[in-house]
Write a protein that binds this ligand. Structure first.
Ligand code: KG4
Ligand code: ZN
Length: 338
């Protein structure tokens, strides 16, 4: 039984949680979205400054909501990579300071491990191996989770990540930021089959296609071309149909790859993580395809799909229970392989 305080500040959410094994005692997420919205994306320097303002109140709130004493906390964890360096520094420095003051071990956690283990908040009894699809603003990865700390990356994006594609297409349709939730809502009123868009496949030297890698930059360009063509003849633009067709294409491309990968590697359980795991079409397509092939697909609860500290706590518990801790000299890294 381990109780951990965890901090996540890799991008634009200041998040703090207290986790007892795989149970959430408290989870505070303070989003900076409205601050970055006028810029159409996250401004790193603005993010770091806002984290600095918010981190102490978020820690105080998470701690008081958990109704525990410092003696009950076994260790303190924070995301150390990958992410915005200035933003990561705020979270890790806060965690290290608390670790020194309260004489607790410190753990630096990989952000993607957090997204993988968010599933334990929904399925505390789940055990590896399982196939994890990580779809966020910065990643589209298919990972064979063999056991804690042993990950085999089977598929990756060659250019834009899935969430990045949602954000860029939302920008070109002038819908606002972040694009994923806005497109998802609009798509529900549109026709997925209205426009035929390319899913983006990676050619192999033998003439075939890579079975698991994705490429969404061509899809984004195809949406741009479609918009230019439609502007010549339609006013207003059929935005809901464009959103639905784009979302359907991404969801279909991901579903195809996940299912073939799970079947090829004999992995019967598929888990999803990252902000795009909240997407309604991806959820319905994956559930339908998994049931057809008698595979099990599980999604984290919506609030644990996008960045949060409970998932970082979950990953930290896995490591802490195996006796892993990090030195206080641990740095932060904008990029770091899993
Ligand atoms: O995991 P996350 O919160 O942050 C990163 O680690 O990147 O993911 C954020 C991404 C954004 O690109 C956002 O547009 C996307 O997740 N997203 C969605 C949805 N909700 C968030 N994409 C599609 N559909 C959604 N419902
Ligand atoms: Zn994330």
């Amino acid at each position: 039984m381990a109780t951990l305080l965890a901090i996540e500040t890799s991008c634009d959410e200041t998040a703090v949680a207290v986790i007892k094994n795989r149970q959430v005692c408290s989870s505070v997420v303070s989003s900076q979205t409205s601050i970055h919205q006028p810029y159409g994306g996250v401004v790193p320097e603005v993010a770091s400054r806002k984290h600095l303002e918010t981190i102490n109140p978020a820690i105080a709130q998470a701690f008081s909501e958990a109704q525990l004493d410092w003696e009950d906390i076994d260790a303190i964890a924070a995301t150390a990579a990958p992410g915005l360096v200035g933003a990561l520094l705020v979270g890790t420095t806060a965690a290290k300071t608390l670790a020194i003051i309260h004489e607790k071990p410190f753990l630096g956690i990989h952000h993607l491990e957090g997204h993988i283990y968010a599933i334990y908040l929904t399925e505390p009894d789940l055990k590896p191996p399982f196939l994890s699809l990580l779809v966020s603003g910065g990643h589209t990865s298919l990972i064979n989770v063999r056991k804690c700390g042993e990950y085999q990356t089977l598929g990756e994006t060659r250019d834009d990540a899935a969430g990045e594609a949602f954000d860029k297409v939302a920008r070109l349709l002038q819908l606002g930021y972040p694009g994923g939730p806005i497109i998802d809502k609009l798509a529900q009123q549109g026709n997925m089959k209205a426009f035929n868009l390319p899913e983006g496949r990676i050619s192999l030297p033998d003439g075939g296609f890579h079975p698991y890698d994705t490429s969404f930059s061509g899809l984004k360009t195809a949406v741009w071309r479609l918009v230019q063509q439609l502007k010549q003849k339609e006013n207003p633009l059929p935005i809901a149909d464009i959103a639905a067709s784009f979302q359907g294409t991404i969801a279909q491309a991901l579903t195809k790859r996940v299912i073939s990968c799970a079947l090829d590697y004999g992995l019967e359980t598929i888990t999803i993580g990252g902000g795009v795991a909240a997407n309604s079409t991806l959820r319905s397509k994956l559930i339908a395809a998994a049931s057809k092939y008698k595979l099990r697909v599980i999604f984290p609860r919506i609030e644990f799909c996008t960045d949060n500290a409970a998932m970082i706590g979950c990953a930290a518990v896995e490591h802490f229970e195996r006796g892993h801790t990090s030195p206080l000299s641990l740095g932060v890294y904008s990029r770091l392989p899993l």
